[in-house]
Design a protein around this ligand. Structure first.
Ligand SMILES: [Zn+2]
Ligand SMILES: [Zn+2]
Length: 261
């Protein structure tokens, strides 16, 4: 599987001279394998996804906070009726997923109702997507700790696996189940919006710390950990300094980074 990061900024897209290196697009992670395309979240980075015409593309949403869906209608390729895009989430049934997307992308918040205007965008129950992909992948989910809820995902292909855990406020009572879910994965994408020091004043905001990722991986033993959902104010210099303090298996995620899983 190939992982392409199109967005790894938390909460709001940022653009300034100090965010050029790591990028400012909000969450969007694309996995491709043998012409299949699975995209976790459709933040502003979604505008740079290149759709595969040969197959249906699956957009799997963790939750519906704006930074995880806002890029959806800004990818010009979704206006091509030959691009079939299936949107799904294990947070809600597919009718609720459709209603949430339709509400956000219709007047007065958006000029047109994209769900009615684009019949190539479809909504499917999460179990149906799981079953459809089952021949090639196993796709599993886990409930996360976030205001309004969020869902983490695990995608396994043959003996390779990727874990996507954004957005999540890590709590001690998640340790056992999350560790079992993520154990020995090839890539773990972690919500590292805060440092341990910052987290003290941000309890209940729904995000974890970078230090929690290090502690978590002492037990989970993932082969690579990507720190993601960077705080909007975090500059390239800040992220460079965080990167230099991390253990060897850890990487600070950046837009346009590609990783072979
Ligand atoms: Zn978020
Ligand atoms: Zn959120």
């Amino acid at each position: 599987m190939k992982l392409s990061i199109h967005g790894c900024r938390g909460s709001i897209a940022t653009s300034s001279p100090s965010t050029q290196k790591y990028g400012g697009h909000t969450s969007c992670f694309e996995l491709t394998c043998e012409n299949h395309q699975i995209i976790f979240d459709a933040g502003s980075g979604f505008q740079n996804v290149n759709f595969s015409k040969a197959h249906t593309s699956y957009v799997i949403l963790s939750h519906f906070h704006h930074d995880h869906i806002q890029g959806l209608p800004f990818n010009p390729q979704i206006f091509d009726p030959n691009n079939e895009i299936v949107i799904s989430s294990d947070l809600h049934d597919h009718e609720t997923v459709k209603k949430n997307i339709q509400t956000y992308f219709s007047p007065p918040y958006f000029p047109i109702d994209i769900v009615s205007a684009l019949p190539n965008i479809k909504f499917a129950p999460f179990d149906a997507v799981k079953e459809k992909l089952n021949e090639f992948y196993s796709l599993n989910s886990i409930a996360l700790n976030h205001p309004g809820g969020s869902v983490g995902y695990k995608l396994t292909q043959k003996n390779k696996s990727l874990i996507y855990l954004c957005d999540n406020e890590f709590e001690a009572d998640q340790r056992e189940t999350l560790t079992a879910f993520a154990e020995k994965a090839d890539v773990l994408i972690w919500d590292g919006m805060f440092t341990e020091k910052e987290l003290v004043d941000r309890k209940g905001w729904g995000h974890s710390s970078i230090e929690q990722a290090i502690k978590f991986n002492e037990e989970a033993n993932c082969k690579k950990v990507l720190i993601s959902h960077h705080a909007p104010g975090r500059s390239d210099q800040d992220l460079d300094s965080i990167a230099s303090s991390l253990p060897e298996l850890f990487v600070v995620a950046s837009d346009r980074l590609e990783i072979e899983v």
